[in-house]
Design a protein around this ligand. Structure first.
Ligand code: GLU
Length: 505
């Protein structure tokens, strides 16, 4: 069997959108599942769209996601360099080859001339297409004598090399996800492949590199489907075996109306980028999954299921499990709707599955950086054990546990109104005495002693517990009272009760 070799080929024109991360992920899963290789190729031939920092951002983001490459300019490999601008010298010979074989030609039309033709066509409610119908009337090597062409080239006249799209020909193709596809070439144009500045366009560089790098499967987003006929024809023109193609479904906006775009994210209240991105020109910040508190595993698990399903009810997959389960048989043709609630749910699931020690360590760091609290790791670990199941993100733990780190300074009005009764102050003073006399201050023992006292004196569970909660937390939330008592400790608890009674009595 042919060796499986896939590539992720981003253009560094900005931050990587989560749709791009998913493309990289499916390439990775497919390669690993089939014992193949995955390479990273930077497609930077369009210098006008170059954005500083984008390449570095893409590499760091994929690394954070746990998508590892077998070949790239960083890890090396036998087919490098893996950045197209460093392969510039390679492409001209292929452009020349196509011209020599009669599959491409020189065109000398200026941008201005083409623009005018477009405008003229528009005025007649038509679209101008550079193809078999129009090429015979334009300034190119098909309409000029060889001498004229040679002279223009010798003079250094700017030119492009265009693919000669066959006329009225049906291109028959196969896509792994979409099945058989047929396209009539009359709907296609003579795409530019190469320019006189020595740079190939995306189409030529992409095909040449896929061939030279022995790519077996081209797995990419649906937005590249319209390029597939040209690419297939280019392989035929060169006489090369074409790789197999799989075009992945689009990621849609949450309402299903259209493609999830780079602009949607912060507008709709969730990140569309794996990591935070700062626009190098405007310094505008776009949020990222990493900085928003998502675990990479949760993010990847969520993305994997946008466009693919395992065919079972299982939803939680480690990267290794994804590799084992992945196949194109369960990839859908139709777009996958992004769902931010589901994304949070995944993070919650991963947070719950982490040990209290791990979450505690993360929370300790958060407390230091966000609240300037230097907490003891053992203490934070115990707090984490109590509240981690109640939140989606580590940063949400504060709201569930602030009272473990600072005494209440206010008492929630609604809770006070509802829970603080005539006899509450008195009840709290009595509870204080009971608590003061508990020697074994473990949660279990506290619970036992308080329960015995409450039932023995027919005090009612509600009034005592609600009152204590108000004293200890300042609000009507938090874990079990005996857990809170045990963790904050006897002295601190007594202090809080005394203060609360003073304020509310
Ligand atoms: N450079 C293209 C991109 O930015 C690659 C498309 C392809 O995979 O062929 O998406």
């Amino acid at each position: 069997m042919k060796e499986i070799r896939v590539r992720f080929a981003p253009s560094p024109t900005g931050p990587l959108h989560i749709g791009g991360v998913r493309t990289a992920l499916y390439n990775y899963l497919f390669a690993k599942k089939n014992g193949g290789k995955m390479l990273l190729r930077i497609e930077d031939t369009d210098q006008t769209r170059f954005v500083p920092g984008a390449e570095d951002y893409i590499i760091k983001s994929l690394d954070w996601c746990g998508i590892k490459f077998d070949e790239s300019d960083i890890v090396g490999g036998p087919y490098g360099p893996y950045k197209q601008s460093n392969r510039k010298h390679l492409y001209k010979q292929y452009s020349d080859e196509l011209i020599a074989k009669g599959h491409a030609y020189y065109a000398f039309d200026t941008a201005e001339e083409l623009d005018n033709l477009r405008k003229e066509a528009e005025a007649q409610k038509k679209t101008f297409i550079y193809n078999a119908e129009t090429r015979q009337e334009l300034r190119n090597s098909l309409t000029m004598t060889k001498e004229d062409v040679d002279e223009l080239l010798a003079d250094g006249t700017p030119y492009t090399v265009r693919f000669m799209m066959p006329e009225n020909h049906i291109v028959e193709m196969h896509d792994i996800i979409r099945g058989d596809i047929k396209v009539n070439t009359n709907t296609l144009d003579d795409k530019v492949l190469f320019k006189s500045d020595g740079m190939p366009t995306y189409h030529l560089a992409n095909i040449v590199d896929d061939h030279l790098m022995k790519i077996s499967h081209v797995i990419r987003g649906e937005e590249w489907l319209p390029s597939m006929p040209l690419h297939v024809l280019l392989y035929q023109a060169f006489g090369w075996e074409s790789p197999e193609f799989a075009h992945l479904p689009l990621l849609l906006k949450p309402d299903g109306n259209g493609k999830l775009s780079k602009r949607d994210g912060d507008r709709l209240g969730f990140p569309v980028f794996p990591m935070q991105w700062e626009n190098p020109e405007t310094h505008e910040i776009s949020s990222g999954y990493k900085q928003s508190g998502y675990y990479a595993e949760a993010f990847i698990n969520m993305l994997a299921l946008l466009g693919w399903n395992p065919g079972t009810e299982q939803e939680i997959f480690s990267m290794d499990e994804l590799i084992q389960a992945f196949s194109f048989d369960h990839c859908s043709k139709s777009g996958a709707r992004f769902n931010v609630e589901k994304a949070k749910w995944f993070n919650h699931e991963y947070l719950m599955r982490r040990s209290s020690e791990e979450v505690g360590a993360e929370y300790k760091e958060w407390l230091k950086s966000e609240k300037n609290i230097d907490a003891d790791i053992q203490y934070v670990t115990k707090v984490a054990a109590l509240v981690k199941d109640r939140v989606n993100f580590v940063k949400e733990m504060w709201d569930q546990s602030f009272f473990f780190f600072e005494e209440p300074t206010t008492y929630d009005e609604v809770t006070v109104k509802k829970r603080w009764k005539e006899n509450s102050a008195d009840l709290m003073r009595q509870a204080s005495e009971v608590i003061r006399n508990i020697d074994d201050f473990s949660a279990e023992n506290i619970e036992k002693v308080l329960n015995e006292w409450i039932t023995g004196n027919e005090l009612g569970m509600g009034p005592v517990m609600n009152g204590l909660r108000l004293m200890l937390v300042g609000a009507g939330k938090g874990p079990h009272i005996h857990e809170i008592l045990a963790l904050v400790g006897k002295e601190e608890a007594l202090k809080r009760i005394e203060k609360g009674v003073e304020v509310l009595k």
